[in-house]
Write a protein that binds this ligand. Structure first.
Ligand code: GLN
Length: 530
């Protein structure tokens, strides 16, 4: 029988429920269990694809082409779960389905209501995501904070779900904050008490509390929380701040969380451990031998979450190369104003991530030029590839006004142009070239050296592409087209012949990197930087 764990959050947002869920997944896998993870997002957008990174952080892309919440990235990085579109359930998706059913007449004259129609649809979508006979445990994370109006239907749905599945087959884990008040030199349990109180009002008694705190909690604090929140003392687990998120599963293990969960759910556990993870990941993150400085040039630099998978993939390539990666975040608009030299001197490598819209574009083009001219390792991802192409066309092929037609629809040389199938598309949601596509790699290229194989599959999210009309002229000037999509003949990877390491890819390699298995392009990029 499949078991379900519901992870909710209280007190404040940004408590790291995603990391906590992913870490628990890792822990259960280390006990020989097969897990899957689902994220429920209470917002009304159907998916985050149309949201600004300032609203939502990175938009994560799954193999099957969903634009999804970035927590799905944590799930894939920490576990072996198969994460697909159905693993992200939003209020928008739920209402879309219910309204379609109502228009079809499926509700047979009934008044359609939040309870039971919306809650039934939520439960159905959770069960649908969990439909895999091999999976033992499904971890369902509910976005938002208890007390939010938006998340109420989700919480009511899990209350019902637990009764339907049998309480012994489900578990409620509540992530809360135990703040330290400096002036009183004390940690406070009241916010946690209130938060659990709100859960109980809805009819859910949490089984385990994960308490975020900056220092370990004393026994008396744990006792107090247990008493006031109606949980046993060994179920008050501290989630203390750590330098690397990859240490969280280890911290949980030290407190016996995996065993506690397995015991409560009555599931068999093989006593494996996290030794390999500790040795291959944690040791390397905390005690690297080398160091390298990478500039990430983007326009959402101020926001930690906007390029989440990029930063994680850099960390992974640091692990693979036994190096500390010092990331310098550079705002491309600043380069546009003050020139690239001011920001990119003393940098070992430049990475330009994906992006949309005109703001800061010329700064990115200048950064690509600086890397090319100064033989600095360069990795351009999606938009980062497109700006490298425009720069090369302008400065090496004599096409002075070359540009992407995304930024100048009147350019005489649209070296990056709208894909054919995009011409008629008007809707913005879920209409890009999305998800995994095949790419053939030319032998003898840097891309081949990195991947060491002729065929790869990578995830995409874009509307524009390299304009193949310009292939010849660019090839003559030293650009190599090292990766091509075999069915559509689209250019997927470019590189420069006379350069240490200069690669642009139309896809997003960052989504497939893992802490113990760095992505080959990132790994090779950092190797070159070192
Ligand atoms: N804006 C570009 C496009 O749509 C690049 C997209 C991206 O970097 N993800 O093609």
């Amino acid at each position: 029988m499949k078991k379900f764990i519901f992870v909710t959050g209280g007190v404040v947002s940004s408590l790291g429920k995603g990391i906590a869920s992913a870490s628990l997944g890792k822990l259960l896998e280390s006990q020989g269990l097969k897990v899957n993870l689902v994220k429920c997002d209470p917002y009304i957008n159907v998916d985050p694809g149309t949201m600004s990174p300032y609203q939502h952080g990175e938009v994560y892309v799954t193999e099957d082409g969903a634009e999804a919440d970035l927590d799905l990235g944590h799930y894939e990085r920490f576990t072996n779960a198969s994460i697909r579109a159905k693993n992200n359930i939003t209020t928008g998706k739920v209402y879309e389905t219910v309204i379609r059913k109502e228009r079809r007449g499926d509700y047979l004259g009934k008044t359609v209501q939040v309870i039971p129609h919306i809650t039934n649809e939520i439960k159905k979508k959770i069960r649908n995501a969990a439909k895999n006979n091999l999976v033992d445990v499904v971890i369902v994370e509910i976005g938002g904070t208890v007390g939010d109006i938006e998340s109420l239907p989700f919480l009511e749905a899990i209350r019902q779900f637990r009764l339907e599945e049998g309480l012994g087959n489900t578990l409620s884990i509540h992530v809360t904050l135990v703040p330290y008040i400096k002036s009183a030199d004390e940690v406070k349990t009241k916010p946690t008490q209130h938060s659990v109180g709100r859960m109980r009002e809805i009819g859910i008694q949490p089984d385990i509390l994960l308490c975020r705190c900056i220092n370990p909690l004393s026994k008396s604090v744990k006792e107090k929380i247990a008493l006031f929140c109606n949980v046993s003392q060994d179920c008050v687990v501290e989630a203390v701040d750590v330098k690397s998120v990859y240490e969280v599963p280890v911290k949980f293990q030290e407190q016996g969380l995996g065993k506690k969960v397995a015991g409560k759910l009555n599931i068999k556990k093989k006593d494996k451990n996290l030794d390999k993870w500790k040795k291959k990941v944690i040791q390397r993150v905390y005690f690297p031998k080398y160091e390298t400085k990478i500039a990430v040039v983007g326009k959402y630099i101020a926001l930690q979450d906007a390029y989440k998978s990029i930063y994680e993939a850099l960390t992974h390539s640091g692990i693979a190369n036994n190096a500390k990666i010092k990331v310098k975040r550079v705002d491309s608009e600043k380069i546009q104003k003050h020139g690239a030299g001011k920001y990119l001197n003393n940098i070992d490598a430049v990475l330009i991530p994906g992006g949309f819209g005109l703001r800061g574009i010329e700064g990115k083009i200048q950064a690509a030029k600086f890397a090319r001219e100064n033989n600095i390792s360069y990795l351009g991802i999606c938009l980062g590839m497109q700006v490298a192409v425009a720069e090369f066309a302008r400065n090496c092929c004599g096409l002075r006004k070359a540009n992407s037609s995304e930024f100048n629809s009147q350019t005489p040389d649209p070296v990056i142009d709208l894909m054919l199938e995009q011409a008629e598309v008007r809707d913005k949601g879920a209409t890009m070239r999305l998800g995994s596509y095949r790419c053939k790699i030319k032998k003898g290229t840097k891309a081949y050296q990195a991947y060491k194989k002729p065929v790869i599959d990578e995830r995409h999210r874009h509307r524009y592409e390299f304009n193949s009309k310009y292939k010849k002229i660019m090839e003559r000037s030293g650009m190599v087209f090292s990766g091509i999509n075999p069915s559509k003949k689209l250019v997927e990877i470019i590189e420069l012949k006379d350069h240490k390491w200069f690669i642009g890819c139309q896809f997003h390699p960052e989504f497939k990197s893992k802490p113990d298995k760095a992505h080959p392009l990132f790994k090779s990029f950092i190797q070159a930087a070192l």
